[in-house]
Each structure stands twice: as structure tokens, then as C-alpha cells.
Design a protein around this ligand. Structure first.
Ligand SMILES: Nc1ncnc2c1ncn2[C@@H]1O[C@H](COP(=O)(O)OP(=O)(O)OP(=O)(O)O)[C@@H](O)[C@H]1O
Ligand SMILES: [Mg+2]
Length: 345
């Protein structure tokens, strides 16, 4: 047991997760630094392929070969589930045996994940109830009958209509929105300290998406858990997150509170992301047709590793001889504002 800042829940330092393929090495996560606090909602945002999911998989130790955590630490500040103490034990998830007892006690119990593809989260051949009960029995000392009661209670907490029936339904009998509620119920069944939600609403229509977002916020208050919310949608970030980490090519390039991300974005990449959001105002006021700004260029191919800042070929504020030569350091520009950019160094 160690003394520490009791509000810190996860600290990721220098995390690198690579895939070693015949074609070359994909540096999916290439030096991620990130801090999460208890009960906070941290939004992770960035273009497709920037390493959001692989960062989450690394935390859960679910990266499969040829993927491998090459370096770095994922410190999880573990406190007893029964709340008997606020003293935490620091567990370095990056160093655990991915098949060992310790990670199995954490995964699904302390840290749960709602995956990007809702259909892959549940087996099609077993009932919703069987699958949720399995997680409960694995981590809690309860009988099968008690696990069933907890499952029905959890289904009603995610506002599933008719939980008594749904518990015996198969996933294919549920609509997309209901299925996602069931997946959330499964993830929350052991009352985790951290829920990782990886684009949990991409497969849903906007109305259902809004319902699921509201539901997650309510449940977070009720359960007092932290949420890592992964998305490429800045609108969802504005809705859900208190703090935001912006990722680009396997790294966090900016981390701060949600207000600062929208009103004082510092990294040129974050600025570009915000400019590429269509303004409803402009669409409605047909008088002025503002062209949708896009960030020029494309994400470089994942096998190459650029010298200097990985964003420099696309950056409008590129400083020749600096940005293409030197890896930018992480700079603290304010109490709660970190940016990885030469402009601020
Ligand atoms: N199993 C794998 N084998 C090889 N490369 C992979 C594998 N999984 C992911 N990658 C690569 O790792 C990089 C990061 O992928 P990741 O899935 O984390 O992106 P992401 O930010 O979650 O994107 P999206 O928004 O599309 O979900 C990508 O270049 C991807 O192609
Ligand atoms: Mg992803």
C-alpha cells in the first residue's frame, strides 16, 4: 500500500503498443501519456487509426499478437471494491501477465469496457441473462439465483423495458439500442471503478444515441465511476466529457478540460479538428456558404515514422528546421492544460 493523490485513478506513461507485421511495424500507440481521475469522464478524440482503441485494449491487456506492449507503464490505483479503504495499491497493468489471475480480477471487475462493435460483445448463442450472470459469478461470491436477481436489477437500471423477459432473450431478439443497453448492463454488473466506452453509439440512430449518452451519465452519477469515452465526434465530447485527450498518430497531443478544448485549443491539430465540424448555424443561414474546412493532407501510412513532430507535414504553423527535426516535448501551458507542440516550448 502506498500514499498518493487519492483522486488519481489511472496514470499512463510512455505507453507504446506495436504490431509487428511482415510488412513492417505498426506503431499503433507510440508514447501515450495520460492521467485519469476518479469519477471523471475523460473523452478520447482523434481521427480513425490514431490508436484510441489500441490504447484501451492495452489497458485491458486484450492486445493480441502480433501486437505487443513494447514500453511504458499503465498505473492503476486500486482501492477495495467494498469501499473499506481509500488507500490504494498501485498495479502496473502494463507489466501483468495478460493471462494471469491479477488482470482477470481487474478486467470486468475494476475496469470494464463497452466495445466499438456491439454485436461482438455478446455471444449470439447464449441468452442475455446467462452472459451477464457469468461476469457476476466470476467476480462476486453469489449463488446463481442471486446473480440472476442482480442481472434483472441491472437490466432495469439501464432502463430496459421488461427486464424479467429480456433476461431470457437472445441478443438477436433485441433492437440495436436495447442490445447496447444490455452490453452496458453487463459492463456495469460488477460496479467497476472505470468504464471504457469505445464509440458505444456509432451503430445507433441519433435519438437512440442521445438516450444511451444520457443513460451513461446518469449511471455514472449513481455508481460514482470514471468513464473513458472514446469517439471521433466532437459533439459527443462536448456533451459527455469533463476532460479531453486529443490523440494523433499514437500519441496524446493535448489534454485539458472540455471548455479549454473548445474555447482555447492550443495544438494546431486540435484547432483543425474543431474547424472541420460543420456549423449548424451556417447550414441553416443559407446566405453564407462557408466551405467545410478540412485538415489538409492525410494521416501518414502507419509503417513510417516521421522525424520530429508526426503532425508537421499537415501543420499550418509548421516551423522549418524545428518541427521536422525535433520531437516536441509535452508542455504545461496552464494548471490543467498539456500540449505536445513546439509552439509552446
Ligand atoms: N490487429 C492489428 N494488426 C495490425 N495493425 C493494427 C491492428 N489493430 C489495429 N492496428 C493498427 O493500429 C492503429 C491504431 O488502431 P486503432 O484501432 O487503435 O485506431 P482508432 O483510433 O481506434 O481508430 P477508429 O476511430 O477507426 O476506431 C491503426 O493504424 C490500425 O491499423
Ligand atoms: Mg477504434
Amino acid at each position: 500500500m502506498q500514499e498518493n493523490d487519492q483522486s488519481v485513478l489511472v496514470e499512463i506513461k510512455g505507453l507504446r503498443t506495436y504490431f509487428h507485421l511482415a510488412e513492417g511495424t505498426v506503431r499503433a500507440v507510440d508514447g501515450v501519456d495520460m492521467t485519469m481521475h476518479r469519477k471523471e469522464t475523460l473523452g478520447i478524440v482523434g481521427e480513425s487509426g490514431c490508436g484510441k482503441s489500441i490504447s484501451a485494449y492495452s489497458m485491458m491487456r486484450l492486445v493480441q499478437p502480433p501486437g505487443k506492449i513494447e514500453a511504458g507503464d499503465i498505473l492503476f490505483y486500486k482501492t477495495p471494491k467494498d469501499g473499506s479503504s481509500t488507500q490504494s495499491e498501485i498495479v502496473n497493468l502494463a507489466k501483468l501477465d495478460p493471462k494471469g489471475q491479477e488482470i482477470r480480477n481487474i478486467r470486468g471487475n475494476y475496469i470494464s469496457m463497452v466495445f466499438q462493435e456491439p454485436m461482438t460483445a455478446m455471444s449470439p448463442v447464449r441468452t442475455v441473462g446467462e452472459q451477464i450472470m457469468e461476469a457476476i459469478i466470476l467476480h462476486q461470491k453469489v449463488t446463481k439465483a442471486e446473480a440472476r436477481e442482480i442481472t434483472i436489477d441491472m437490466l432495469s437500471r439501464v432502463r430496459m423495458s421488461n427486464p424479467q423477459k429480456v433476461v431470457d432473450d437472445y441478443p438477436f431478439q433485441l433492437s440495436g439500442g436495447m442490445r447496447q443497453r444490455a452490453v452496458i448492463a453487463m459492463a456495469l454488473s460488477c460496479r467497476p471503478h472505470l468504464l471504457i466506452a469505445d464509440e458505444p453509439t456509432t451503430a445507433l440512430d441519433v435519438t437512440t444515441e442521445a438516450q444511451i449518452l444520457n443513460l451513461m451519465r446518469e449511471l455514472q452519477d449513481e455508481f460514482g465511476m470514471a468513464i473513458m469515452y472514446i469517439t471521433h465526434n466532437m459533439g459527443v465530447i462536448a456533451e459527455m466529457a469533463e476532460n479531453v485527450a486529443v490523440m494523433y498518430m499514437g500519441r496524446v497531443v493535448e489534454q485539458t478540460d472540455v471548455k479549454s478544448i473548445f474555447f482555447n485549443p492550443q495544438h494546431p491539430y486540435t484547432q483543425g479538428l474543431l474547424q472541420s465540424i460543420p456549423q449548424l448555424r451556417d447550414a441553416v443561414a443559407k446566405t453564407e456558404h462557408r466551405r467545410l474546412e478540412t485538415i489538409k493532407g492525410m494521416v501518414p501510412d502507419p509503417y513510417s515514422r516521421l522525424k520530429g513532430c508526426p503532425y508537421h507535414p499537415r501543420c499550418p504553423k509548421f516551423i522549418s528546421g524545428v518541427c521536422d527535426e525535433v520531437d516536441p516535448p509535452v508542455v504545461r501551458t496552464d494548471d490543467n492544460h498539456l500540449v505536445r507542440c513546439h509552439l509552446y516550448a
